[in-house]
Design a protein around this ligand. Structure first.
Ligand code: FES
Length: 108
């Protein structure tokens, strides 16, 4: 039986939701957030070029793959980015990120 990946999301209005994603669906976190009706434009289609998928990681940062140079360059352009910032389109949903907790950024 396949396990699920659990992600806790704090929305811009402070509402907290638990997302349960089946393991092995091969999507990015951005795609799942969009599908869950979070207001993420993703105008670049997940190429780390628009930064509209900016999120803050509240728990589980150590379980994520490191930033790519492209992601870091884009985060550098955001006034509200900090050391917990990531681009959701660059995060693949793998079992190792189970338990991730994020906040959707207010500037999407
Ligand atoms: S969707 Fe454009 S940077 Fe992530």
């Amino acid at each position: 039986m396949e396990a699920n990946i659990h992600i806790t999301v704090e929305g811009q209005n402070g509402e907290i939701r638990q997302l349960e994603i089946p393991e092995g669906i091969n999507l990015s976190l951005m795609e799942v957030l969009k599908a869950s009706d979070y207001p993420i434009l993703a105008t670049c289609g997940g190429m780390a070029l628009c930064a509209t998928c900016h999120i803050h990681v509240l728990e589980g940062l150590e379980n994520l793959e490191p930033h790519t140079d492209a992601e870091l360059d884009m985060l550098d352009t955001l006034p509200d980015a900090d050391e917990y910032s990531r681009l959701a389109c660059q995060i693949r949903l793998t079992p190792s990120i189970d338990g991730l907790k994020i906040r959707v950024s207010g500037n999407n």
